[in-house]
Design a protein around this ligand. Structure first.
Ligand code: ADP
Length: 635
């Protein structure tokens, strides 16, 4: 039973591999070079203890040669080579493609590199070739053998001649056909590009003949009497790959400046990053990572075109250009590279998502990025604020998203403008400045800094010597609602009505005033019933006459946010408005007098005060002409 199930699953994995490989045809060279590098690894390891190998570390190399006329790409290595039997065993897979043998040990699928077992790596040569010839001489053997196959119809193994130990893989490139262009891969520039892209950090030199053209003067003169020049080309063998990746170097071998240069070059950013993060982890999963926090958001950062993720390598061979699963959404601005020898080279996107090792790496990196940002926040606040200006919004979205799953990770990274000084403050700093007796973290939310700092309700809070955060981004109040509190201090909007600032004495006095004004408030409520759900005496106003507050979950800022959105949300999602009156303001006395003597006038005053409160809170007044008329009438 169990065995059958497993077969089906393996088959599925294989289909995934083969399909994704066909769509990414250019990786064929990476696969062949990676095999060559493995073969050299084996022989160079032997060479450490066995003098008979006769090669030094510096002698090992991979050669890539192109022959346009013969339409061949040849990859040669001086690695361990293959015997006749090994060729049959290792490369024979092609001949039984579609009828892969399922070995029993494969059942323990966690321990086996499934794809390696099937030789899909070497198989990829057939994505670009109609025939593949392998000539190999194994270390310790005098005889060489030639394996050859045109794919489905099987293979031959015949004796061959080869002077040195190692392997030549000769790929006979397919002719161009319709949409499929193969001619290009016979061009030096293209092959060089593929080596740079996928195999740049292979540990051994990959050498190619590169043509150089120089223009030299001749004795012939042109019509101006200048000496004519003619092109002279000569060919030189060069190492195409850079071999030791910068992330494999220690801090003394690669300075932060070196890393910044690499970053700018690799990720096409003209600015230095604000932080460089180096990780060298050993343990359950070993890996190295070199991460960068950019200074500015790229122009497409908040669009769908932006591709988040880190480049993923396995021992210097690139597996994926941007692997999004290595980073949580909230850190999608981080760029960089992860290299782990523990990851299989032939891993596909679909499988990566479920890869346990990858999840472990992602979890570690998440914490590293946070730690680095916190270090920057305290160590270099100015730089941090630059980062915050570019990506703060992303962090806020991170808190609100996924039902608040990441809020614990991210809350310490938040910064807001505050009444404390001109600069931004973290929540930790805010709380550390809270005087004894302050129960809440107070904030004023509005469209911009000026409006937030000018809200009438701020006065009462400030009068107590309490600090105010100014929330000016759409997402801000969703953030405070998601967090609810910080270090056990609840967030409190100054527009939320009861600010918890009153003493017992105040309360008794308020009750008296309230009793006296009961009828007036009922009258106002009736007059303004289309605009507000309640009219109250304010506890938070000092010098202003009125303000607008709200009841319930939807705040005034959220209403404003939804109003900007297209469609129904803007119509439907509205805060429950509450008009607050300041009983110690002269206007309140005039209102009371009018209420007793002239109800019409009182209604006009009510209208004007309500509209004024709306304007101060950034809520549009629908009937501006009536407002203007009422103001004039009263004047
Ligand atoms: P994998 O490399 O994942 O094992 P491949 O299909 O790429 O699968 O290769 C199959 C096997 O063929 C390798 O494991 C290796 O034993 C052998 N092989 C391939 N290329 C070479 C080479 N250049 N030199 C020596 N052995 C090779």
């Amino acid at each position: 039973m169990a065995k059958k199930q497993f077969k089906a699953e393996s088959k599925r994995l294989l289909d995934l591999m083969i399909n994704s490989i066909y769509t990414h045809r250019e990786i064929f060279l990476r696969e062949i070079i990676s095999n060559a590098s493995d073969a050299i690894d084996k022989l160079s390891y032997l060479a450490l203890t066995d003098d008979k190998v006769g090669l030094n570390r510096d002698d090992f190399r991979i050669r890539v040669a192109l022959d346009k006329d013969a339409r061949t790409i040849t990859v040669s290595d001086n690695g361990i080579g293959m015997t006749k039997d090994e060729m049959e065993e290792n490369l024979g897979v092609i001949a039984h493609s579609g009828s892969f043998k399922f070995k029993s040990e494969l059942e323990d699928k966690d321990n086996v590199d499934i794809i390696g077992q099937f030789g899909v790596g070497f198989y990829s040569a057939f994505m670009v070739s109609d025939k593949v010839t392998v000539i190999s001489r194994a270390y310790g053997h005098e005889d060489a053998w030639c394996w050859e196959s045109s794919g489905a119809d099987g293979y031959t193994v015949t004796p061959a001649e080869k002077a040195d130990v190692g392997t030549d893989i000769i790929m006979h490139v397919k002719p161009d056909a319709g949409e499929e262009h193969y001619d290009e891969i016979l061009e030096t520039w293209r092959i060089r590009e593929l080596i740079k892209k996928y195999s740049d950090y292979v540990r051994f030199p990959i050498r190619m003949d590169i043509e150089h053209t120089e223009y030299v003067e001749t004795d012939e003169l042109d019509e101006h009497g200048n000496k004519k020049t003619k092109p002279v080309t000569h060919t030189e063998e060069e190492t195409v790959n850079s071999m030791v990746p910068i992330w494999q170097r220690s801090k003394s071998e690669a300075s932060d400046e070196d890393c910044a240069r690499f970053y700018k070059d690799r990720f096409h950013d003209p600015d230095d990053p604000v932080a460089v993060i180096r990780v060298n982890a050993e343990g359950l999963v070993s890996y190295r990572a070199l991460l960068f926090i950019p200074k500015k958001a790229p122009y497409d950062f908040y669009s769908r075109d932006y591709k988040p993720g880190l480049a993923l390598y396995s021992s210097g061979v690139m597996i994926m250009e941007s692997c999004a699963d290595l980073l949580p959404e909230c850190f999608r601005f981080v760029r960089g590279v992860v290299d782990s020898p523990d990851l299989s080279l032939n891993i596909s996107r679909e499988i990566l998502q479920h890869d346990r090792q990858l999840k472990t790496i992602a979890g570690n990196l998440e914490n590293k990025v946070k730690a680095e940002l916190l270090k920057l926040q305290t160590g270099d606040p100015e730089k941090y604020d630059e980062f915050w200006a570019a990506f703060g919004r992303q962090i806020k979205y991170g808190i609100v998203g996924d039902y608040g799953m990441k809020k614990e990770l991210l809350k310490d990274l938040l910064k807001f403008p505050s009444s404390f000084n001109e600069k931004l403050t973290s929540l930790k700093d805010y709380v550390s400045r809270m005087p004894e007796g302050q129960k809440y973290i107070y904030y004023a939310a509005a469209e911009n800094l000026r409006a937030a700092a000018g809200l009438p309700q701020n006065e009462q809070v400030k009068a107590r010597g309490y600090e105010l955060l100014y929330l000016t981004e759409d997402v801000d109040e969703f953030v405070t609602q998601m967090l609810w509190s910080y270090e056990e201090k609840e967030f409190k909007s100054v527009a939320a009505g009861d600010l918890g600032l009153e003493s017992q004495e105040d309360k008794e006095k308020d009750q008296e005033t309230l009793d006296r004004s009961r009828e007036l408030l009922d009258f106002m409520k009736e007059t303004l019933k289309d605009d507000v759900v309640d009219v109250k005496l304010s506890k938070s106003l000092v010098s202003s006459a009125v303000c607008m507050s709200y009841e319930g979950e939807i705040t005034l800022e959220m209403e404003r946010y939804f109003r900007q959105m297209p469609g129904e949300a803007g119509e439907k999602i509205k805060a429950r408005h509450v008009l607050e009156l300041n009983p110690s303001h002269p206007v309140f006395a005039s209102l009371t007098a009018a209420f007793e003597n002239d109800k019409d006038k009182a209604a006009k005053i009510a209208r004007v005060l309500c509209d004024q409160a709306k304007l101060l809170s950034g809520i549009p007044v629908e009937d501006l002409p009536s407002y203007a008329e009422a103001v004039c009438a009263l004047i």
